[in-house]
Design a protein around this ligand. Structure first.
Ligand code: ATP
Ligand code: MG
Length: 808
């Protein structure tokens, strides 16, 4: 039978086997966490290829994150004997970007269109509002951004929106202006990638038919979190609607878990599952009920928790693995103590239990929680990597460097122009910028083109800037990515600027890190030096691929894919084989990468590092050990979600996702006090704890009382107290103050102690020497300061303990 026919299938259970070997046709696989949904998708792709039922070019698979796509490619390349990098496997955004790159002309985009990330988008909207005197109290730019993103997710252009009330009318008007601005500058935001690609398929019948014929197998992971537009996009690719039905020759296999739907706030529709069944007349539905990921204590927690939700499609999960270790629950007196406990546990896991760091994850509900954990890991010299949050590519100095690089590619990118026209300072003031913007607006051109319209010395300075960019473009012509970035960082004056800045050393390091990032991008993506110096005819060959796929006969022989499957070393293949772009220069490809990819530069690539991320970002992933911090009322479930039942159920699904990431060990913690957004909060433990089965748990701090165990030198606090480190100093006194453990502390307003420490002051510390105070937060014994100590790095110090003296 089939299982014997291919070793690929040897380890599957019966339902999995049925799913992997489904005959052509649409199907839905609905199953709980860790039941092998993603594995089934991956194995099916491998099986289709291996049995010759499909060619690499006929498959498209959509995953939820870049990380998941990479993982799928890694698993595939382990199963298959050839290079799988050219396959259409990626996120919705990644695949849309790829399609738009290949058909930029048809999509009405410049070849080197740039992608605006959320921050760029916000600043573009702010710029627009200023230009058109929009009242930013009545129309806060952030709200406008959400409005525009929401419209795009619904597939709506300004003209499609019926606006009756004046507020909506105004918003639509701004949406319209924003679109014009983006068009002028040759930039697209994330929502636009999706919408533009959808419209391209909808409106260009040749293109649509090409892709419909091409993608015979469409596989979608995490289907429960697709939004309306994504579903419409899939429908375009799946086949022509005939009498309301999608009776096409292609097979769409959707895989999902309603209990893991956690993106409703971004427009995700669980309802897409029901629509899919109806509209595609899905006859094949498969359930997977065996969980292969977790020990039963962990699974029991997940099952018990999610059973408290009411709107469920109903699935069961069982495991044949034993109970494993109990789920450990820790109650900390403060967020710092919580982080310190995590660090101690992580050390033990690595040292005594043989866990590798990258198989340990720390998850949190809210990004703001990461800083304290990061700082504890940093001080304990444990390498870690943060996914999401403040990304490397979002740091100011990096954005400046990227802005220069973007201007080399596209001088009409006004967002980048604005960012660096006076950075480093060139004596170009706000007044001059205003004049320039007026000139650009009245002649409908880019800022760069408008510089000649500004007279006087202001005009001369502006022209100087544009000339400087032109010179840089000349200088870097035909150079390697590394050389380009180094030249730009030097010649733009950025390095010089930060060299003169007192605290600029870190920033210079980051700028150097950008070169490293580019270097490793080049090696990973195969954009070698040779790729830049291609012989002309080969370059033409590459760019031919960019033209209409129909006229190029892409339909029949798919040269694009065949090229992509060649080894990717410095050949044309490498030019067309980036994850994200088809015929981009290395610099263009790198800029796309910077916009699309979450940076992870806290630990060097490949280094064994603890993984930090939000629960949202952890979807689909798994780790040997998982820590979930801040399981407190108001934080998890989040206060913003507790107003209605729907919100609470989404929080519970989020907790279900978090718990089910763990294979062997699971640790939950909550803290009595927590510093968030500069304020001390007194939280009680989450209601979710009451929904877990007691038999599976081990409370490693007494729940009610019994604080006797917390004598300064015993247990977790013993180690902690012994450290006596002022870096966690706000807690080092806690061992003695046992009343704190008896019940949640009563918020007490202590007299404001005047440590005399303020941001901006220069201070002296016995061990770390001179430093500069970056921030101060909290009051009384909780007060702490963030101090940058040059060589010793940046540290958070408890002011009630650390001896800091103010200098000058
Ligand atoms: P999630 O809902 O969290 O995305 P999932 O349903 O996609 O989970 P997978 O990630 O595919 O689950 O599988 C979970 C783990 O179980 C993986 O490590 C996978 O390799 C393993 N696994 C799946 N099926 C089997 C099997 N038949 N035999 C052994 N291990 C399996
Ligand atoms: Mg999965």
């Amino acid at each position: 039978d089939a299982a014997h026919a291919s070793p690929l299938l040897a380890h599957l259970n019966e339902e999995q086997l049925a799913a992997v070997t489904l005959p052509a046709g649409h199907a839905l696989i609905l199953a709980g966490a860790g039941s092998g949904k993603t594995r089934v998708l991956t194995t099916r792709i491998a099986w289709l290829l291996q049995t010759g039922q499909a060619t690499p070019g006929s498959i498209m698979a959509v995953t939820f994150t870049n990380k998941a796509a990479k993982e799928m490619l890694a698993r595939l390349s382990a199963m298959l004997p050839y290079n799988v990098r050219g396959m259409w496997i990626g996120t919705f955004h990644g695949l849309c970007n790829r399609m738009l790159r290949a058909h930029y002309q048809a999509a009405g985009l410049p070849q080197a269109f740039q992608i605006l990330d959320t921050q760029d988008q916000l600043s573009a909207i702010k710029r627009l509002c200023k230009q058109f005197n929009v009242d930013d109290e009545r129309f806060p730019p952030k709200q406008l951004m959400y409005f525009i993103a929401g419209c795009k997710e619904e597939g709506k252009r300004p003209g499609d929106i019926e606006a009756i009330d004046p507020d909506t009318k105004k918003k639509v008007e701004i949406y319209q202006l924003y679109e014009e601005q983006c068009r002028r500058e040759g930039v697209v935001d994330f929502g636009e990638l999706m919408l533009r690609s959808y419209e391209l398929l909808r409106d260009d019948v040749h293109l649509r038919q090409h892709y419909q014929r091409r993608f015979q197998h469409i596989l979608v992971d995490e289907f429960q979190d697709t939004n309306k537009l994504q579903y419409q996009w899939l429908k375009q690719l799946a086949g022509n609607e005939v009498g309301g039905r999608y009776a096409s020759s292609s097979s769409v296999i959707a895989v999902g878990d309603d209990d893991q739907s956690i993106y409703a706030f971004r427009g995700a529709r669980v309802g897409n599952m029901a629509d899919f069944i109806r509209e595609f007349e899905v006859r094949q539905q498969i359930k997977l009920e065996q969980n292969y990921r977790s020990y039963s204590n962990i699974l029991d927690c997940a099952n018990a928790l999610i059973s408290h939700n009411s709107n469920r499609l109903g699935k069961n999960l069982r495991t044949t693995q034993g109970p494993g270790e109990p789920v450990r629950i820790y109650e900390a007196p403060s967020d710092l103590a919580e982080a310190s406990w995590m660090v101690d546990e992580i050390k033990q896991l690595v040292k005594n239990d043989g866990f590798t760091r990258q198989e340990i994850a720390v998850l949190y509900r809210s990004n703001a929680q990461s800083r304290v954990i990061e700082s504890a890991l940093f001080n304990a010299a444990i390498p870690y990597r943060v996914y999401g949050g403040l990304r490397f590519f979002e740091r100011a100095e990096i954005k400046h460097a990227l802005a220069y690089l973007r201007l080399l590619e596209n001088p009409h990118d006004d967002t980048s122009f604005m960012r660096v026209v006076n950075f480093p300072a060139r004596g170009i003031g706000a007044r001059t910028i205003e004049l320039l913007q007026d000139a650009a607006r009245s002649s409908g051109c880019s800022l760069s083109d408008a510089v000649t319209a500004v007279g006087g010395s202001a005009g001369t300075k502006l022209q100087g800037f544009v000339a400087q960019i032109d010179v840089l473009r000349e200088q870097t012509q035909g150079r390697t990515l590394r050389e380009i970035i180094e030249t730009v960082e030097e010649q733009s004056g950025l390095i010089e600027h930060y060299r003169n800045e007192k605290e600029g050393a870190d920033r210079i390091e980051n700028l150097q890190e950008l070169v490293t990032a580019a270097e490793s991008f080049v090696t990973q993506e195969g954009f070698g030096r040779d790729a830049v110096a291609l012989p002309l005819d080969e370059q033409q060959g590459a760019s031919l691929l960019n033209q209409s796929p129909v006229s190029q006969g892409l339909d029949s022989n798919l040269p694009l894919l065949d090229e992509a499957l060649k080894p990717p070393v410095g050949t044309v293949a490498s030019m067309v084989n980036a994850d994200t772009g088809e015929t981009l220069s290395p610099l263009q490809a790198f800029l796309v990468h910077a916009a699309l990819e979450a940076g992870d530069n806290q630990a060097q690539a490949g280094q064994d590092a603890v993984q930090l991320m939000t629960v949202h970002a952890s979807k689909g992933l798994e780790f040997d050990a998982v820590f979930i911090g801040g399981v407190e009322e108001g934080l998890f479930p989040h206060e913003n979600a507790m107003m209605d039942r729907g919100g609470l159920e989404e929080e519970r699904r989020l907790a279900y996702v978090a718990i089910t990431r763990a294979r062997q060990r699971l640790y939950l913690s909550h803290s009595q006090t927590r510093m968030l957004h500069g304020q001390t909060r007194y939280n009680v433990k989450s209601r979710f704890f009451d929904e877990l089965p007691e038999e599976a748990l081990k409370w490693i701090t007494p729940r009610q009382s019994g604080f006797g165990t917390f004598a300064p030198n015993s247990g977790a606090y013993g180690a902690y107290g012994a450290k006596g480190s002022e870096q966690f100093g706000s807690n080092s006194g806690w061992g003695g103050k046992s009343e704190v453990f008896a019940s949640p502390p009563v918020p007490q307003q202590k007299a404001q102690p005047s440590h005399g420490i303020k941001a901006g002051l220069k201070v002296f510390h016995n061990k770390f020497g001179e430093g500069k105070v970056l921030a101060v937060e909290g009051t009384g014994d909780d007060a702490r300061a963030q101090v940058s100590f040059g060589r010793h790095g940046t540290k958070w110090l408890a002011l009630s303990i650390a001896k800091l003296t103010v200098v000058d």
